[in-house]
Design a protein around this ligand. Structure first.
Ligand code: AP5
Ligand code: MG
Ligand code: ZN
Length: 210
């Protein structure tokens, strides 16, 4: 199954992508994680993306489209994949279509803006594998250590209050129109993000069965 996860920053895309990945054994592909990895390794892509990402702005379409094209060509995507954070603009969705990629379902996780600030300010991410935690809602077993890989948990640079506001603004302007885009294809399923991670996962897994 080829899936897209839509939703505002902090809606829980990454968290649910991990759940689906464990359940369906298909790779979760986060453009944000790929870019952060490139940044960490000081590659050309990382240098190109840094200023945009730190400011909470979108990285130019052609850059992320090239990332996705390369990633989806890899062997492990043959039996399906979960796109977390791509597409994020209508031109990105059109590019995906132009690549001949068939999408089976688009899950839009809806969470009110007021909840986002609280979620993102408590988020911790693994430096090693990108897994996402929350100090209150999804703590790791051992403080600041990743349950999955033992990596160190850190605060993302773009999880500062002003940057979160900017990311939300850009989400409403550039990404929300994708809900209409995919509604027209009949593939959109709206998931009401719940207060609890497990409750949201239950809704997500139910939507995949339907
Ligand atoms: P990216 O890394 O994709 O960030 P984002 O979309 O802003 O989304 P987040 O990762 O912040 O949120 P999430 O929905 O994954 O939430 P999470 O599961 O962590 O992108 C970063 C940047 O990269 C962009 O700003 C841009 O610069 C660039 N970029 C990436 N893709 C791009 C593209 N396609 N085009 C252009 N630029 C691109 O959950 C958040 C927190 O809440 C966690 O702490 C979690 O534990 C907690 N939580 C989750 N669910 C629940 C729940 N149900 N109840 C309580 N807490 C919960
Ligand atoms: Mg994420
Ligand atoms: Zn990890």
């Amino acid at each position: 199954m080829n899936l897209i996860l839509l939703g505002a920053p902090g809606a829980g895309k990454g968290t649910q992508a991990e759940v689906i990945c464990d359940k369906l054994k298909i790779p979760a592909i986060s453009t944000g994680n790929i870019i952060r990895e490139a940044l960490k390794n000081g590659t050309e892509l990382g240098q190109k993306a840094k200023s945009y990402m730190d400011a909470g702005a979108l990285v130019p379409d052609e850059v992320v489209i090239a990332i996705i094209q390369e990633r989806l060509a890899q062997e492990d995507c043959k039996n399906g994949f979960i796109l977390d954070g791509f597409p994020r603009t209508v031109p990105q969705a059109e590019a995906l279509e132009a690549m001949g990629i068939v999408i089976h379902k688009v899950l839009d996780i809806e969470v009110p803006d007021e909840t986002i600030q609280k979620r993102l300010s408590g988020r911790r991410v693994c430096e090693g594998c990108g897994a996402s935690y929350h100090v209150e809602f999804k703590p790791s077993a051992k403080e600041n250590v990743c349950d999955r890989c033992g990596g160190k948990l850190v605060i993302r640079k773009d999880d500062q209050p002003e940057t979160i506001r900017e990311r939300l603004k850009i989400y409403h302007e550039s990404t929300e129109p994708l809900c209409d885009y995919y509604k027209k294809t009949g593939k959109l399923v709206v998931i009401n993000g719940q207060e609890d991670v497990a409750d949201t996962s239950a809704l997500v897994l139910k939507a995949l069965e339907a």
